[in-house]
Ligand binder design. Structure first.
Ligand SMILES: [Zn+2]
Ligand SMILES: [Zn+2]
Length: 230
């Protein structure tokens, strides 16, 4: 009886009907918004995965050159020579024109992009991955350039670490060229260094194939200076 006073017959069904009507009207929009957010998250995840994979790839190539590459190797000896030259004179490659500095990476990026598209990889993954390869040496160059010579957006990207910051990259040159091999972002190196990825990989190569790392002359000089100062 009391319920009927508070909610006379017909009011509750009317409210329920109104709620049902509102939900029915809102549902397609909500489903569309949730769908769009889900699609956006998947695309962002694929893009980040592509960019970080390019960063990891830059680390693998750089590590192989620094730790095992020989300037006398056929075909890739020139690349190793460039890297040794870069360790000796880090700002030197800033004087080169963009094409002279990045032609090899641009070529590699185009090959990777073509292979990924032929294999049916999602564009959201393939484009950032190939863009990362395409730009890797220019981002490396920006990490050596004077801050005032860089456009503001580039400095902003360096600050958040989406492209490598000068301070982060300096650790590679300051140490014995044995840390921070990845040159695209500030995010991949800390993970790899924390799990001692390169050291473990070098130990595995030494134990399984008996191949030891090569130290370039710049590193040997750096070590002698440290021993004398100690
Ligand atoms: Zn460098
Ligand atoms: Zn190096």
């Amino acid at each position: 009886m009391a319920f009927e006073i508070l909610a006379p017959s017909g009011v509750v069904p009317a409210i329920m009907q109104a709620v049902d009507g509102t939900l029915a009207a809102v549902r397609p929009g909500a489903i569309a918004v949730i769908g769009a957010l889900g699609t956006g998250a998947v695309i962002a995840g694929q893009a980040l995965a592509g960019w970080l994979l390019a960063d990891f790839g830059s680390g693998v190539i750089h590590w192989a050159q620094d730790r095992y590459g020989s300037p006398r190797w056929p075909l890739v000896g020139g690349i190793v020579r460039d890297t040794i030259r870069h360790h000796r004179k880090p700002m030197g490659f800033l004087e080169k024109p963009v094409l002279a500095r990045s032609a090899r990476m641009i070529g590699l990026a185009l090959v990777v992009l073509t292979a990924l598209l032929v294999a049916g990889a999602p564009l959201a993954f393939a484009l950032p991955l190939s863009a990362g390869i395409f730009l890797s040496n220019e981002i490396h160059a920006a990490a050596h350039a004077k801050a005032r010579s860089l456009p503001r957006p580039v400095r902003a990207l360096q600050q958040i670490g989406l492209i490598q910051s000068p301070l982060h990259h300096a650790a590679h040159h300051r140490h014995l060229k044995n840390v921070n091999f990845c040159t695209l972002t500030d995010w991949m190196n800390p993970v790899l260094e924390r799990v001692r990825f390169w050291r473990r990989l070098e130990a595995l190569i030494r134990y399984t194939a008996g191949v030891r790392i090569r130290r370039d002359p710049v590193v040997r000089r750096q070590q002698r200076r440290r021993w004398k100062a100690a």
